[in-house]
Design a protein around this ligand. Structure first.
Ligand code: ATP
Length: 403
């Protein structure tokens, strides 16, 4: 249909980039990018009209997004030619052909297009050897200065490498290493680095990605606060396995926030001061920041208080762990190698976390207790008895209160 619309308005239109790559690989991808040789805004209006879809236009950039369903959208841009005035700058843009547009892309595997117009429909446009590299499993830049012009491509190279189990082509890797050694990452804004880093944390193979970042000395350059000590490496390497193991043992419905989980692991051996500094550099949300700092402040104490064979009451376990997110609880288990500790956390998640008293302030009032701070103390006493298994029913709780 898009092809027909393109024919109607007399423009060439192509699907490009990641969608084409994943189509050839047989991987699902719901992000469609269309490039038109000409007025993208006019084309996107017709496209949105045809599908009766929502359209968001960015007039300043001449780009538009047609939203068909929640997770199905089409980005439309005008084919363009880009050049960089100095290393790591943002590019200067002007109109161009599909060939120009594909040449400004990061890697050969992302530089293919499929024609949508009736004449040539379905033809793969591959000027730079994308199909060959897909077959050989290679991430290859299109021109020697690619990483110098846009160093964030180094992060993308690693991400695609690990996602598809590909390798950087030899020269490409050499250019990446040279660019890193020249200190170019220091010229990129924190925002752009963070954007790439958080895209990495969305991938499946986070350990492999971080290891590659470490080996290429990228981590040292962008986040020197993160020190991959042997312990931390082990933690990261085993994270997915431990996670799966824990998930089997606990009855959690909520899905875990993997980004937060890995951030907690990465911050786990950091001092409070360093963590504050890094969380600001990473522009973490207030929620993430407070989770991480809470974790750093408490993890040593919790680990030591809940380890060992001495008897600890359920109430004490509860008090130690209450208010901690599932992500923190999981990472605590990963940090501990004591079965006793892990058992206590699992007991908390499965049996204690959701226990509440049946009696409320209203009952206390009816029993003639004057409203005040004593309410909290009394209710907490009931909760302690209940957690420790001494009270079963509402009546038990009432009787206990009366005493
Ligand atoms: P993903 O599956 O991770 O979304 P993608 O290839 O679709 O991968 P996007 O970030 O959506 O990635 O980018 C879409 C396309 O834009 C890429 O396929 C690539 O051709 C091009 N692109 C993205 N970032 C860059 C960059 N920094 N330099 C050059 N081209 C880029």
């Amino acid at each position: 249909e898009a092809g027909k619309i393109a024919d109607d308005v007399g423009l060439n239109a192509y699907v490009v980039g990641g969608f084409v790559r994943d189509l050839i690989l047989g991987v699902e991808n719901f992000d469609i990018d269309i490039v038109v040789e000409g007025d993208a805004l006019m084309f996107s209006e017709k496209l949105a009209q045809h599908y009766q879809a929502h359209l968001t236009k960015h007039d300043r950039f001449g780009t538009a997004v047609v939203v068909l369903e929640d997770d199905f959208k089409i980005d439309v841009v005008t084919a363009r030619k880009e050049y960089y005035e100095y290393p790591a700058s943002l590019p200067v843009v002007e109109g161009g052909t599909i060939k120009d547009d594909l040449f400004r892309r990061d890697f050969t595997i992302n530089s293919m297009a499929i024609k949508l117009n009736k004449s040539g429909f379905g033809n793969i446009v591959d000027f730079y050897g994308g199909r060959r590299d897909l077959q050989m499993g290679l991430i290859r830049i299109l021109y020697n200065l690619s990483f110098v012009e846009d160093p964030t491509r180094i992060f993308r190279a690693i991400r695609f490498e690990q996602r598809y189990d590909f390798k950087m082509e030899e020269k490409t890797e050499e250019f990446a290493i040279k660019a890193i050694e020249s200190g170019i990452l220091g010229k990129v804004s924190h925002e752009r680095i963070n954007f790439e880093f958080f895209a990495m944390l969305k991938e499946n193979n986070i350990w492999a990605i971080l290891k590659r970042m470490e080996d290429l000395r990228i981590l040292k350059n962008v986040y020197p606060e993160v020190v991959l000590s042997e312990d931390l490496k082990k933690l990261l390497k085993n994270a997915e396995e431990n996670l799966a193991c824990l998930k089997e043992k606990v009855s959690v419905q909520e899905s875990l926030d993997r980004t937060l989980l890995y951030l907690l692991i990465l911050y786990s051996n950091m001092s409070f001061e360093k963590a504050v500094k890094l969380s600001e550099k990473m522009r973490l949300s207030k929620e993430y920041k407070s989770e991480i700092l809470k974790f750093i402040e408490a993890n040593d104490i919790i680990l030591s208080n809940l380890s060992g064979n001495i008897d600890i009451s359920n109430y004490d376990v509860y008090n130690e762990l209450k208010g901690l997110s599932m992500e923190i609880l999981f990472v605590l288990c990963m940090l501990s190698n004591e079965k006793k500790f892990i058992d206590r956390v699992i007991l908390y998640i499965n049996n204690l976390k959701n226990i509440k008293t049946c009696v409320t302030g209203k009952d206390l009032k009816e029993l003639g207790v004057k409203p005040g701070p004593e309410y909290a103390v009394l209710l907490d006493k009931v909760l302690a008895e209940k957690l420790n298994g001494n009270l079963q029913t509402y009546n038990d709780e009432l009787e206990f209160l009366k005493k």
